[in-house]
Design a protein around this ligand. Structure first.
Ligand SMILES: [Mg+2]
Length: 308
């Protein structure tokens, strides 16, 4: 089922807020805030698609609150419509210059409010779809590097907060340049798609994440598993790629294979994601050095796990 869009109404007058709510509640999930402070708190915590913001409020007016919303990473992309009885041009200009997407003047007609809100919700939905699309690699249909960058920060923070292990993993296709030189780039693209397909099958839990980092390089993040379990999971993936039996250039290898490096860590506050990504990269380097087509992993005590 599609998620119902969420609207936050911030208005110091409960009567006004209720009136707006009654206009919109058939189509949207509505949250009310009767002070600017409350509004700011809700906006930070909730995942809102639109904010309807009253301009004239005591203590903090709508303009000040709008500025605050625009400055914060979490709230800056949520569109804001200002609602006010201030019908002079300067105030309207001020609101729009501060970044409001629209400006509704009281007294208003319910149908007009509905129509404008619907328009901005539609635009918001469209923008979100574009953002989603921009994070997908068109060739394989898996996440791209941008999707990975967005995701890894979130997952790392989560692991710190929940005190759960997280595994970072890098992999690439062995001797891929030779493959391309031998069979041509269209064939190489097919191999990349095949590997991405297998990896998606083996990393399909909601706590797994897989992305194409670029070229023949891939990255994965696994939440919750200990080193031994993650290592075993990636070993199965490596074997599954090998058993596709895609013929390689026989001078380097009978089949197309992948090498995988990874690290599992219980991250603490202040630990840097990049430090561990480098360790995963070093493990991948070792996997290549030890002869490719294998998984090399570093556990929580920095001991190396290798396939027998
Ligand atoms: Mg007011």
């Amino acid at each position: 089922m599609e998620r119902q869009e969420r609207i936050l109404i911030i208005d110091d007058s409960p009567v006004q807020a209720e009136r707006l709510k009654s206009i919109l509640q058939d189509d949207y999930a509505i949250t009310l805030a009767n002070t600017a402070e409350m509004g700011l708190k809700y906006a930070r915590e909730g995942d809102f698609d639109l904010v309807l913001l009253d301009v004239v409020m005591p203590e903090m007016d709508g303009f000040v609150l709008l500025k605050k919303l625009q400055e914060e990473i979490i709230t800056q992309h949520t569109p804001v419509i200002l609602i006010t009885s201030l019908n002079d041009v300067e105030n309207e200009e001020k609101g729009l210059t501060l970044g409001a997407v629209d400006y509704i003047i009281k007294p208003y007609h319910a149908a007009i409010v509905k129509a404008r809100v619907n328009t901005h919700i539609k635009l918001c939905r469209y923008r979100q779809q574009l953002e989603q699309k921009a994070m997908i690699d068109p060739m394989t249909g898996v996440s791209n590097r941008r999707g990975y960058d967005t995701c890894c920060f979130k997952k790392w923070q989560e692991a710190v907060r929940l005190k759960t292990p997280i595994s970072l993993c890098m992999m690439d296709i062995d001797k891929f340049k030779v493959y391309n030189d031998t069979f041509g780039h269209p064939a190489g693209d097919k191999v990349i798609r095949a590997v991405a397909g297998v990896a998606t099958d083996y990393l399909r839990r909601s706590t797994d994440f897989f992305a194409r980092y670029g070229g023949e390089e891939f990255v994965a993040i696994i939440q919750g598993n200990d080193a031994q379990t993650a290592f075993a999971q990636l070993t199965r993936l490596r074997k599954a790629v090998e058993s596709l039996h895609i013929a390689h250039n026989p001078e380097v290898s009978p089949w197309v294979t992948i090498s995988i490096g990874g690290v599992t860590v219980l991250p603490k506050l202040g630990d840097s994601y990049d430090t561990y990504l480098k360790i995963a990269d070093t493990m991948l380097y070792d996997a290549k050095r030890f002869g490719r087509n294998q998984v090399v992993w570093s556990n929580e005590r920095m001991e190396q796990l290798r396939e027998q």
